[in-house]
Ligand binder design. Structure first.
Ligand code: ZN
Length: 140
């Protein structure tokens, strides 16, 4: 009798690096939209599990409210420099909701909780696992 064991595929742990400029842009965008949710597209590079965020794009046709921020993905051009999204949680904590995970786009989903200070930003993968997020002064 032959037994085959499927080893769970090992995925490299993703880490997120963000320029200080992008971080500051996200935080002020979230503050401007408070008490509504704000959402932005993250621009950058993805290579072997490493995500670099060095730019922000305001999504076309975005609609926001106190509990939901979204945009129709079908309107997005297939731009390889779009690495993920960031949105704010004006109330509650920065944990991805079921809707957030269903609307996952790209490689990373960043959530910012109120009051949108430097330590209120958290990065998640498609499964809702917390990723390391490092802020750097300039582009590498
Ligand atoms: Zn959310």
């Amino acid at each position: 009798m032959l037994l085959i064991f499927f080893k769970k595929a090992e995925r490299p742990q993703r880490t997120v690096t963000m320029t200080k400029q992008a971080r500051d842009g996200i935080l002020s965008y979230c503050k401007i939209h408070h008490p509504n949710e704000g959402i932005l597209i993250l621009r950058g590079k993805y290579k072997k599990g490493l995500i670099l965020v060095d730019g922000l794009v305001i999504p076309p046709f975005s609609h926001t409210g106190p509990t939901f921020a979204g945009f129709p993905h079908t309107f997005l051009p297939l731009d390889p420099s779009y690495v993920g999204t960031v949105h704010s949680h004006p109330t509650g904590i920065a944990k991805p909701s079921v809707t957030d995970l269903h609307n996952f786009f790209g490689f990373v989903s960043i959530i910012v909780q109120s009051p949108y200070e430097d330590n209120d930003m958290f990065a998640y993968d498609r499964d809702g696992n917390l990723l390391d997020l490092t802020v750097i002064l300039d582009e590498i």
